[in-house]
Ligand binder design. Structure first.
Ligand SMILES: [Zn+2]
Length: 93
């Protein structure tokens, strides 16, 4: 029979914040409400790709879909949006 007292004792070594983070880590199905991903933000991630990689996505007949690793929200990018990202990337540096 496990001693419940020792579990409480073990948890007391962690701050509430650490326990919360541990809970999130061990429960991937739990939505992460503080995720601030957005279409422009993920567009910025696409802007980190090499121009030829972006061109490859533009040339693809499929829509580009990014899935946020934190909240699993899907963000679609159509060809016009990808071309816009490529254009901005080109003028950026
Ligand atoms: Zn997200």
């Amino acid at each position: 029979m496990a001693d419940l007292g020792s579990i409480t004792n073990a948890l007391s070594q962690f701050s509430p914040r650490e326990i919360l983070e541990t809970t999130i880590l061990f429960d991937p199905m739990e939505p992460v409400y503080f995720c601030d991903c957005s279409h422009p933000r993920l567009g910025g991630v696409l802007g980190l790709l090499e121009p030829d990689e972006l061109q490859e996505l533009i040339d693809s007949p499929k829509n580009t879909e990014l899935i946020c690793h934190f909240c699993n929200q899907r963000h679609h990018f159509n060809r016009a949006q990808l071309e816009e990202i490529l254009r901005k990337r080109g003028s950026g540096n």
